[in-house]
Every structure is written in C-alpha cells, then in structure tokens.
Design a protein. Structure first.
Length: 375
C-alpha cells in the first residue's frame, strides 16, 4: 500500500461543505420566467421525495441555474472542485450555494472550513462578486431593484455521506454517533477550535434540534450552521429547505428595514403635516401597508411544501433557530402601527370634514336669516 493510500484510509470523514448565501435582489420580480442567468440556462427546481409521502404534493419551484465546476487551490496546496448553483425566487431574492468537497481524519479539522480561503482569495469575496454579477444580469426582470448587493445571510452546512466505522464490523446509528461525539459536533457547529472548552449547557443547546428518519441519516440544526448525514439525493432536498429558510430570513430582515424607514418617515410627515399634504401622506401610508402585506403573503407562499413531513419538520427546526416567527410578529406589529397611523389620519380627515360641514350649515343659516331680515 502506498503512502497516499495509507493517508486516505486515515481520512474517515468525507463529504461536502455547502455554503448558502441569500441576497435581497429587488422589491419584486416581473411575472415571467428567466431563461438565462450569466449565459447559463435556467430551469425549474424539482424535489424528488426520498421518504414516505402522499401521492399529491405541492412545492414552490424556484428557477435554478447550475454553473460549470471550478477548480480552486486551498492554502495547503490541495486542489478542489467547487460546485456553484443559483436559485431565483419570485419575491426578489436569490440563493447562491457553493459546495466544496472534504476528506479529513477528525471533526476538529472542519472548523477551519467555516471561513474558507483559497490561494487567490476568500470564498465570501468570490460569492459577493458573483451575486453582484447576477444582480446586474437580472436587473431587467426586477421591479425596483436594489442599487447594489448588500450583506448576505450566510449559512454553512457540513454534509457527510456516511458515518465512520467503529471496532469490528459494527456500525453506529446516526443518533448513537451524535451522542458519542456531541462535544465535537457542537464545537464544529459553533466554530470553536477547542472542543474541550465547551460547557455541557452549550453542547446541549447547539445539538438539541436534530432529526433522524433512518438509522443512517441525521440532520442537526444550529443558528449559523448545520450538519447533514445521508445519501446525496436526500441531502439535496434538505439543502433546498435550508435555502428556503435562509431566503425567508434575509427577506424578513429587508422588510423590517423598509418598515423602519417608512415609520420614521411617516412620524416625521405627520408631525410636519399641513392640511394640503394630508392626502399625500394617507396615500403613501396606504400603499406601503398594501404592498408589504402582499409581500408578506408571497414570502409565506415560497415555503409551502405539503407532502414531505420530514422536510417540513426540518423547516420547523430551522424556523425555530432563525426566530422566523419573531420576525413575522415584529413585521405584523409594524404593519399594524402603519394601519393605526392611516386610521388616525382618516379620522382626522373625517373630523375636519364634519367641522367644515357644520360651519357651512351655520353660515347658510346665518345667510338665510340675513336675507329674511332685509327682505
């Protein structure tokens, strides 16, 4: 056996690291399919259920573009093949997924993959440039596109194709393996180089949300990263659900910023409002309220997947980690505040009109008395 073969045999953890980046692209998208993105053909994404599910299923189908693999050099001289895909969502958002293969002897070695660097630069810089190129290419399809790409919502997923063997021919189940390696898994998910420094509480917190369908598969979900163990076909669907949740998060954050700006502007306009400008303020408040309510509904529509209970459970875990319900509640409260401002202005307008009507009636009565007196 050669030295290279011996070295490869020591590498017991093999798989891919999937880097997911979600970007807010525009206020909305025009309702027509995009044929090409950066000269590559776009197609609808399909989920192939790999587990028990009913016959009738519904999934939102974003458009996806697969780009040719690129060979990159890691700082240690190793050459890796990098896979890139772009998914376009009709709510004005894109998700860029990058997959980088790995083969290491321990989980601790994977901590460095959180902040992946190539010999010619960082992965984050490459993806930001790619996102900017996609934004420029899709500008004709966008409604009120952003002037430039802002900070991405990033999520890192460590995908393992198989579990390592223990002594003899006996294999651990996925749950047993997690319990036996909880400290190192928690260190990997929290990006801690020294696993021994983690407390029992942090280990439990980082690894408490996990799901296992078969003995050989496992999904562990944390705030900034996740771990997936299973066959490649099933892993693709899990990664898609993670992309959906990540897109939800970046869009909710974008809506929250829009609402903050709108509320500040509304408070200022109301404080400085003159009668002749009240109609414009009411109109703008009404438009903002309607538009954001519609966008909130469309954001919920992209995560409608009925039929695959396992994927739905994964999304539920991600929603809990990302605090999506808290984001929705915050946005609903701000929309409610905008609605109250609109109602206040409407009430003020109604009161003013009633006052004008009453004054007009009094004036007409006085004029009538004057005319009677002089007649």
């Amino acid at each position: 056996m050669t030295e290279n073969e011996k070295s490869q045999n020591k590498k017991k953890y093999c798989g891919e690291v999937a880097y997911i980046y979600a970007y807010d692209l525009a206020y909305d998208m025009k309702r027509r399919p995009v044929e090409y993105i950066l000269s590559q053909p776009a197609k609808d994404y399909f989920i192939e259920p790999s587990k028990r599910s009913p016959r009738q299923m519904f999934f939102h189908r974003p458009q996806v573009v697969e780009f040719p693999d690129r060979t990159k050099q890691l700082p240690d001289g190793q050459m890796v093949s990098v896979k890139r895909t772009v998914k376009l969502f009709n709510i004005g958002a894109i998700s860029i997924a990058v997959r980088v293969p790995f083969c290491v002897s321990s989980l601790d070695e994977l901590v460095a993959y959180h902040d992946l660097k190539f010999a010619d630069g960082t992965l984050e810089r490459d993806i930001h440039d790619m996102a900017e190129a996609v934004r420029h290419d899709l500008e004709p399809h966008c409604i009120r596109p952003v002037p430039a790409i802002t900070q991405a919502e990033a999520y890192t997923v460590f995908c393992f194709t198989a579990l390592p063997q223990i002594s003899g021919d006996k294999s651990l189940s996925a749950e047993q393996w997690l319990k036996a390696n909880r400290q190192h898994v928690a260190a990997l998910l929290t990006e801690e180089e020294e696993a021994a420094n983690l407390s029992e509480q942090e280990m439990a917190e980082s690894t408490q949300l996990y799901l296992s369908y078969y003995n050989s598969d496992l999904v562990v979900v944390d705030w900034g990263s996740a771990m997936v163990i299973g066959q490649a076909a099933a892993t693709d669907d899990v990664l898609h659900i993670m992309e959906l949740a990540n897109v939800q998060l970046v869009e909710l954050a974008a809506y929250d910023r829009i609402l903050d700006d709108s509320l500040q502007l509304s408070y200022r306009d109301i404080a400085q409002m003159q009668f002749h400008s009240s109609r414009d303020v009411r109109k703008r408040l009404r438009e903002i309220q309607i538009d954001l309510s519609r966008l909130s509904d469309e954001l919920s529509n992209i995560t409608k997947f009925f039929g695959d209970w396992h994927l739905a459970q994964i999304h539920s875990c991600l929603a809990s980690r990302f605090h999506l319900s808290d984001w929705h509640r915050t946005i609903d409260e701000k929309l409610h505040t905008l609605g109250n401002l609109y109602q206040i202005l409407q009430q003020d307008r109604s009161n003013f009109m009633m006052l004008v009507l009453e004054v007009t009636i009094v004036l007409l009565f006085v004029i009538d008395l004057v005319l009677l007196f002089f007649s």
